[in-house]
Design a protein around this ligand. Structure first.
Ligand code: KIV
Ligand code: ZN
Length: 521
């Protein structure tokens, strides 16, 4: 059956809250503002900007995003207590359209943590939703672990939340346990059986532990949900959340059987995906649907032949629909500033003049070392430049002596909080020597968990992207950088990770204990 009229499904992006909660995905304040602006521009309906009570940093980021957003509703998360809700309201109240999102774990396992009986929890839900609604007209309530909550109790608490004034009821599949048939059925039955259900919007919030988050979210829409909660690249704890790009493109491509539309401009997807991958330090797997490097690549002879004759033989959507430029015009050392600006605009980057100047110098330097500069090279270069902008630790000069006769020696100059400092260190190989030099200039106890190198393009002059993951007292951070010189890229990635560690220390007040979602009091 082909449908002609389409219902609107709201897109609720939680990259900055549920996504950033993922160990290692810490973003700086400036990065959060940048991602929020990109989400706002791409047409996301609601941005969950953070968890204001969690830290001063979260509060500041949510407040500033609330002030800066032009179109989207700005939402903050709060546990089921007045203190959280008041702090959340304080952070979002200046938004054109603010929303308080309050939640409590309703399944038997989650009720056991605060030790509340069913009745005590029901009363808590009534009181906290009422309190939130007295502050804000737009209140979302979530029974965390809804898909493992007893059916009768779930119905009861959803009704209480609606009566207390919730305007959106979100049904989280917190541990990615549900399956599509069940997901559709759950929403359908709640809408049919809970008094007052027709007055509110039902939302779906799926985790991807069994790889079914997108399918579950779309099934929930078929069951009557009209808000999908998701993150860019499916970022999130464990196996992540529903991926925004997947639900948006699935609804677009299969509008014939899923007659729903979103307000998202799909042509902005690729750029936002790359920026989130870069600032979160979570690279996108090559074969990831929609945004993976290979999502539109056709390698086999039969496929290539078919594509040349008629792209529709092997493509259900056009690369341009997700913002992949149709041509890959190669830049070189003769390309000027205007050409670079135009190229970067095509790739989704609108840079301020000072940022462009800085990138232009780095581009010329790269073009001197590399004959052809491809889109991927520019993206890696710009991302590395933007990510390092607000960093407290910066690499200034690095010279490494290496070869068959050791020990390898690194001479390093860094800027630490505006002060230049230099040192020399040896090590077991050039990367080890460089990391030892960084450690001498900025002593720390963080442990290197992962060191990974990948080539951005082909050829021996290709840039290398280096990812570094570090751990300190339970805090995990990742850093990334790219350069034609693998050792330079390694040094920058290591320092990038250390910068994130500083942000993370600020967030937890020098204490690894982060505020727990399970702690409702
Ligand atoms: O997964 C979950 O249950 C959540 C809630 C806080 C909505 O993220
Ligand atoms: Zn979640």
């Amino acid at each position: 059956m082909t449908h002609t009229t389409k219902d609107r499904v709201l897109i609720f992006d939680t990259t900055l809250r549920d996504g950033e909660q993922s160990p290692g995905a810490t973003m700086t304040h400036e990065e959060k503002l940048e991602i929020a602006q990109l989400l706002d521009e791409m047409g996301v309906d609601i941005i969950e900007a953070g968890f204001p009570i969690a830290s001063e940093g979260d509060f500041r980021a949510v407040s500033e995003i609330a002030r800066q957003a032009r179109n989207a509703t700005i939402c903050g998360l709060a546990r089921a207590n007045f203190k959280d809700i008041d702090r959340c309201w304080e952070a979002i109240r200046q938004a054109k359209s603010p929303r308080i999102h309050t939640f409590i774990g309703t399944s038997p396992l989650h009720r056991a943590i605060p030790g509340l009986t069913q009745d005590e929890m029901a009363e808590r839900i009534h009181d906290t939703v009422t309190h939130a609604r007295n502050l804000c007209d737009n209140v979302q309530w979530s029974p965390m672990d809804a898909t493992r909550t007893e059916w009768e109790y779930l119905k009861r608490v959803v009704e209480i939340a609606i009566k207390a004034g919730a305007t959106t009821i979100n049904i989280p599949d917190t541990v990615g346990y549900t399956a599509p048939v069940e997901s559709a059925d759950l929403i359908r039955r709640l809408i049919a059986e809970v008094p007052g259900a027709e007055e509110v919007v039902f939302a779906t919030h799926c985790h991807n532990d069994l790889g079914m988050a997108t399918a579950n979210a779309l099934a929930a829409v078929a069951g009557g949900a009209r808000q999908i909660e998701c993150t860019i690249n499916g970022l999130g704890e464990r196996a992540g959340n529903t991926a925004l790009e997947e639900v948006v493109m699935a609804l677009k491509v299969r509008g014939d059987i899923m007659p729903f539309e979103t307000g998202v401009d799909s042509r902005k997807i690729m750029h936002v995906s790359r920026r989130v991958a870069s600032v979160s330090g979570f690279p996108v797997q090559f074969n990831k649907a929609i945004v993976g490097k290979n999502a539109f690549a056709h390698e086999s002879g039969i496929h290539q032949d078919g594509m040349l004759k008629n792209a529709e033989t092997f493509e259900i959507m056009r690369p341009e629909d997700v913002g992949l430029a149709a041509t890959n015009i190669v830049m070189g050392k003769h390309s000027g500033r205007a050409a670079l600006r135009a190229k970067l605009k095509d790739l989704g980057y609108e840079l301020a003049d000072n940022q462009l100047n800085d990138i232009f110098v780095r581009f010329k330097d790269l073009a001197d070392r590399k004959k052809e500069v491809y889109d991927e090279d520019l993206i890696a270069l710009v991302n590395a430049g933007l990510d390092a902008e607000s960093d407290r630790l910066q690499i200034r000069h690095l010279r490494v002596v290496c070869g068959t006769e050791g020990p390898q020696t690194a001479s390093l100059t860094m800027e630490i909080d505006g002060q230049e400092v230099s040192t020399e260190a040896t090590g077991d190989g050039p990367v080890d020597a460089t990391f030892n030099a960084v450690k001498k200039l900025f002593p720390h106890e963080a442990r290197l968990q992962l060191y990974q190198v990948a080539a951005v393009t082909e050829g021996t002059d290709a840039q290398a992207t280096v990812s570094v993951r570090m751990e300190e007292d339970g805090r995990i951070v990742t850093g990334q950088s790219a350069d034609t010189d693998t050792v330079v890229a390694s040094a920058r990635a290591y320092v990038h990770a250390l910068n994130r560690l500083l942000v993370r220390r600020d967030k937890t007040g020098g204490d690894a204990r982060e505020i727990s979602y399970k702690d409702v009091s």
